[in-house]
Design a protein around this ligand. Structure first.
Ligand code: BG6
Length: 532
């Protein structure tokens, strides 16, 4: 990992009074039980329990809350708490007190087999006892942090064991959070949607895409629709092209090879996270900020992505794998030698593509997207490139004595920095001081770390809180997932039908394969992958 999980932002000395948000409106108020399926796994240790811990510390959780881990490994409540204390102690300030912490005290554990109905009967019994103990009226948030093949069986068993309530039941609610991946192609996503909506109402299903929980991702909408100056320019008349980059320096970390080799960058990152970023940067203003109004607009963007023909796939996509190499005097394993990876695998660890959004606002504007593992730096950002001014006055060839600039000035760029540095920057041309006219690109930068004293909550904090509050705005709806798959599946199909489309190679910790450069339209260069 590039950064430790849950870094607390450094509180800066400032003469300003600390901002005191009014938390009442956003607190989760209903007493509830969070049931985590796959509780002994990585996600629960690294993300879910720390997120619940911080929510507790910040006063967002209901007074009566219990957390029940469920997975195969037999374990007592105490042993489960011990594991969670260990991982919490890496991220909290005062690990000494953890054992007595109310959040840790509210952790319980039930061992069982998620494909066996008897285990659900035991789970149900334990949950009922705990609900009595904590005086919880039955509200339950089930978190499915399990292999995708278990999503449907778990929901079916929960239903058979009468552990899911009708959405019209006003005395208590049940909601289900489903982790990614939601399907592996259009057909499997449709089948999954069909199976689970046969049991649950859409309003009870929370499909997670953790990118939507990131503060800087949510800020794309507030920036676009909470300000008046940029939105009128956000269209084909003023924007030349948009680049979305999600670059990671991580590789398979010794344990992800098996999963990743079945997935690849397109399924792992583009179908979900990058498609969501694309929707937020391209969508129309919603009619309001409620979940369905926002999702309606995102779906319209996805519907305007025209699936590619195999010829278009060949022309508009580049897939690649990282090779072995040396980095900082260390030998780096190539993708094909990673544990769990088929040595003949064609799975892409990098993908770049050029796509268009076929609607009134964006017709003709290229969107360049790229993502990859083992790249130079961990950087996620969206760069919006504006068109050049209609006339180029400030060029040496038009005014040899007056102007020093030899090339065209750089186009204005608006960059949404998602991570690791969080902020927004705008670059524009400015006159260099002096008697002649010389233009230089300068920047106006806004960094969260300088502007705000509050830390940015981790994505899982926000998403768990929203699910406890019943707000699905930052979760994906069934049609969103399916339209995203419709587009992504057309690319897989193009690659499968056309084996001559090469799997290019790139050096570990480079900026990706050379071939990606050729995707960019004339006069367009990819942004450098660099940290601030
Ligand atoms: C996950 C992918 O969904 O997102 C991982 O499965 C990837 O492969 C991760 O590393 C990236 O998330 P983040 O928050 O670190 O950008």
């Amino acid at each position: 990992m590039d950064t430790p999980p849950f870094p607390r932002s450094k509180v800066q000395t400032s003469s300003m009074l600390a901002f005191q948000p009014n938390k009442e409106g956003v607190k989760a108020k209903d007493p509830a039980t969070v049931v985590i399926f796959g509780a002994s796994g990585d996600l629960s240790r690294r993300k879910l329990i720390p997120a619940l811990y911080y929510l507790y510390e910040d006063g967002f959780l209901p007074k009566r809350l219990s957390i029940v881990g469920f997975s195969r490994t037999p374990m007592t409540d105490e042993a489960f708490r011990e594991i969670m204390i260990n991982s919490l102690s890496e991220v909290v300030k005062d690990p000494g007190e953890l054992a007595q912490h109310p959040l840790v005290q509210s952790l319980h554990y039930v061992a069982g087999n998620s494909t066996n109905l008897d285990s659900y009967k035991e789970l149900q019994q334990r949950l009922t006892e705990l609900e009595e103990q904590y005086q919880i009226p039955g509200n339950r948030l089930y978190y499915l942090s399990v292999a995708p093949k278990l999503f449907t069986p778990i929901i079916q068993h929960l239903s058979q064991a009468k552990m899911l309530y009708d959405k019209t039941d006003e005395s208590k609610w049940s909601r289900v959070i489903i982790e990614k991946p939601f399907g592996t192609d259009l057909e499997s996503a449709q089948a999954l949607n069909r199976d689970i909506t046969a049991i649950l109402d859409e309003s009870q299903i929370y499909r997670i895409d953790h990118y939507l929980g990131k503060e800087t991702v949510q800020n794309i909408l507030t920036f676009r629709f909470g300000n008046a100056i940029f939105e009128p320019l956000f269209n084909h008349k003023y924007i030349d092209h948009i680049q979305i980059t999600v670059s990671e320096s991580l590789g398979m970390e010794g344990k992800r090879g098996h999963y990743y080799d079945q997935a690849g960058a397109l399924r792992d990152m583009v179908q979900n996270h990058i498609m969501q970023l694309l929707c937020l940067i391209a969508m129309e203003p919603p009619s309001g900020i409620e979940a369905n109004a926002i999702r309606d607009e995102k779906v319209k963007v996805l519907r305007s992505l025209v699936p590619m023909t195999p010829q278009e796939v060949a022309a508009n996509t580049v897939r690649a794998q990282y090779t072995s190499g040396i980095h900082n005097a260390e030998a780096i394993t190539g993708y094909l030698e990673e544990e769990g990876v088929d040595p003949l695998s064609k799975t892409e660890t990098y993908v770049a593509m050029k796509l268009g959004i076929d609607n009134w606002r964006w017709a003709g504007v290229p969107f360049l997207i790229r993502t990859g593992k083992r790249l130079h730096k961990r950087v996620s950002e969206i760069a919006v490139f504006f068109k050049q001014p209609p006339l180029q006055f400030f060029r040496q060839d038009s005014h040899p004595d007056l102007c020093l600039l030899q090339e065209r000035p750089k186009a204005n760029r608006l960059i949404f920095r998602i991570q690791p540095v969080e902020g927004i920057s705008l670059s524009f041309a400015s006159k260099r001081p002096g008697m002649q006219i010389d233009l230089e690109e300068v920047k106006m930068d806004f960094f969260y770390r300088d502007a705000f004293q509050e830390r940015s909550p981790e994505a899982y904090e926000r998403l768990l809180l929203d699910a406890l509050r019943g707000d699905a705005s930052l979760f994906t709806r069934s049609d969103e997932v399916e339209y995203a798959w419709r587009f992504i599946s057309s690319i897989h199909q193009g690659w499968n039908e056309n084996p001559t489309i090469p799997v290019a190679q790139y050096r570990p910790f480079s900026e990706g394969p050379e071939e990606a450069k050729e995707l960019a339209p004339l006069n367009v260069r990819w942004q450098r992958i660099q940290n601030m």
